[in-house]
Design a protein around this ligand. Structure first.
Ligand code: QV4
Ligand code: CA
Length: 493
């Protein structure tokens, strides 16, 4: 379950948060395929609760009503069309799977696919699940059945996360229904899963469920391929539940990564310390994690909290993302967001619930793409920023090489090579960088893929001359639009 199942030479996924399936299908064809991405994490595709107060928040999709593929992103047929068209472009689809719980307690109604649900009687006929299929006072010991104490493992896994009705995954019937859903997606042709709220599920239950999964569809994957699984476990080191409990069933989301890298690129912790970034900072082994700067939760103060860099600090965010993509540690995920107006009230964003850009009938707006590759209609499309997509290509070119030729100025200027294939320099000082450095690269002229592109054998931005001894002079003004330079053998003039 640790292998992402990327097509050859592709090593990064992007989370197209709240995109419609029809837009993702087009994006695979017009951008993700040609620009070297491996795949897409999609929002939960299964039927969810329709929340109208507030009006259609993004988080309604984390309240399942059934496993029918009908949401504001599209229906079953549109989902299948996306998976097929993306796979044909060598782009993989990873599904966000919510199987810890169903809707919040209380309330009732119809889901996005028309199924009835009742959060009072714990009735979900669209699956079907009934009150027998949920944890209750016999398994959860808090008086309101909600989780209050994250130091109590039993409580975290058997009680309700923010009142969400907690499925009894120890029961064969519940495991079977969830497994049917996952195998249904595998048959369609997805490459793997994000397990939402994995911390709230017992590793043993996940072991049984993943043991019943089919191999991937041989229309798109070599026979015998297992789904890629990455499990959402927020482990900042201060709770009894550890990431390592989940390595048997796949990788985990490494939230320490963005939390510790962001302060460096905010000039709150010297960049020179990144010399042993990765396992050296007490993080799990590289092949057990997926890494990212921000995710859909912590970019709005949910989940692990709001201390991470996001698109709103674009200059620092591009640098942190470039560092992530240049560095060998972990399997990389690039966040792709939509815009919303923040409104801080007592330190919290009162608008943290706002859903994706919508039309008057609350359907999700199309993603518009402009000739400069940027997006419109409220979609931020970080994955289309030049400094980011060129570093996705950098990672593909240098993949498998080790980090060598580390250099730093003892403070906020750093540089390193990836074998003899790529080199990157960062200047986070308030003064200019002007230094000769060993790049490890063959002599020649290289395009700086940060300030421009490699286009028809020429550089649209600045270029770097590497001499026969492998050294080159680097000049990065503190005031540069992006105070970093990256070169690699795939962009040599
Ligand atoms: C509220 C109160 C409850 C109260 C209840 C009464 O908080 O105390 O009992 O009303 O009805 C939404 C609301 C939340 C509401 C809840 C139930 O925001 O206020 O409870 O619904 O109606 C997302 C959002 C949540 C949202 C949830 C379901 O972040 O705010 O809750 O979707 O719609 C921990 C976990 C980690 C989790 C993270 C956010 O360990 O697993 O918190 N991250 C994942 C997802 C995340 C998602 C969930 C888990 C749940 O990444 O996006 O939560 O599927 O760290
Ligand atoms: Ca649970």
């Amino acid at each position: 379950f640790h292998n992402p199942n990327c097509a050859d030479g592709r090593h990064t996924i992007t989370h197209l948060f709240e995109w419609k399936w029809s837009d993702i299908a087009q994006e695979c064809e017009r951008f993700l395929g040609p620009y070297g991405y491996c795949g897409v994490q999609v929002s939960p595709p299964n039927e969810n609760r329709v929340v109208t107060s507030p009006n259609r928040p993004w988080w309604e999709r984390y309240q399942p009503v059934s496993y029918k593929l009908v949401t504001r992103s599209g229906n079953d047929q549109q989902f299948r069309d996306m998976v097929d068209r993306c796979n044909r472009q060598n782009i993989r689809i990873y599904v966000d799977v919510v199987m810890n719980h169903m809707t919040g307690s209380g309330g009732s109604g119809q889901g996005t696919g028309g199924s009835q649900w009742d959060g009072n009687s714990l009735s979900f006929p669209g699956v079907p699940f009934s009150s027998w299929d949920f944890n209750d006072a016999s398994t959860c010991s808090t008086s309101d059945l909600n989780i209050h104490n994250y130091q109590n493992v039993q409580e975290v896994r058997n009680c309700r996360l923010v009142s969400l009705l907690d499925l009894r995954l120890s029961k064969d019937y519940v495991r079977t229904k969830v497994t049917e859903y996952l195998n249904y997606l595998i048959d369609i042709g997805v490459a793997g899963f994000r397990f939402d709220a994995a911390k709230h599920m017992w590793p043993e239950d996940l072991r049984v469920i993943t043991g019943q999964l089919k191999n991937l569809n041989t229309k798109y994957f070599p026979s015998g391929s297992k789904p890629f699984i990455y499990q959402e476990v927020i482990d900042m080191g201060n709770e009894p539940i550890k990431m390592s409990e989940y390595f048997g069933t796949g990788r985990v989301t490494n939230f320490i990564y963005g939390a510790k890298l962001s302060p460096v690129f905010r000039n709150q912790n010297q960049a020179k310390w990144l010399v042993n970034w990765g396992e050296g900072w007490g993080m799990p082994s590289s092949t057990d994690v997926i890494v990212f700067i921000d995710n859909h939760d912590n970019q709005r103060g949910h989940g692990a909290g709001g201390a991470v860099l996001t698109f709103r600090d674009s200059r620092r965010y591009k640098m942190a993302t470039a560092f992530m993509l240049a560095h060998p540690y972990g399997f990389t995920r690039v966040m792709s967001s939509y815009y919303w107006d923040v409104n801080y009230v007592n330190g919290n964003d009162a608008n943290d619930w706002i859903g994706p850009p919508t039309n008057g009938d609350m359907s999700i707006k199309d993603v518009i793409v402009n000739s400069d590759l940027s997006c419109g209609n409220g979609w931020i499309c970080e994955h289309r920023w030049r400094q980011i997509y060129n570093m996705v290509a950098f990672r593909n070119v240098v993949f498998g090489t080790s980090l060598v030729n580390w250099w730093d100025n003892g403070n906020y200027q750093i540089a390193f090579s990836r074998g003899n294939k790529g080199f990157i320099v960062f200047n986070l000082e308030s003064y200019n960088l002007n230094t000769r450095l060993q790049t490890g690269l063959p002599a020649g002229q290289y395009c700086d893929v940060i300030s421009g592109n490699y286009d028809n054998g020429a550089c649209t931005g600045s270029s770097v001359i590497v001499s026969s001894d492998g050294t080159a002079n680097f000049y990065i003004p503190a005031s540069a639009e992006d105070p970093m330079i990256a070169i690699h053998i795939g962009a040599k003039v």
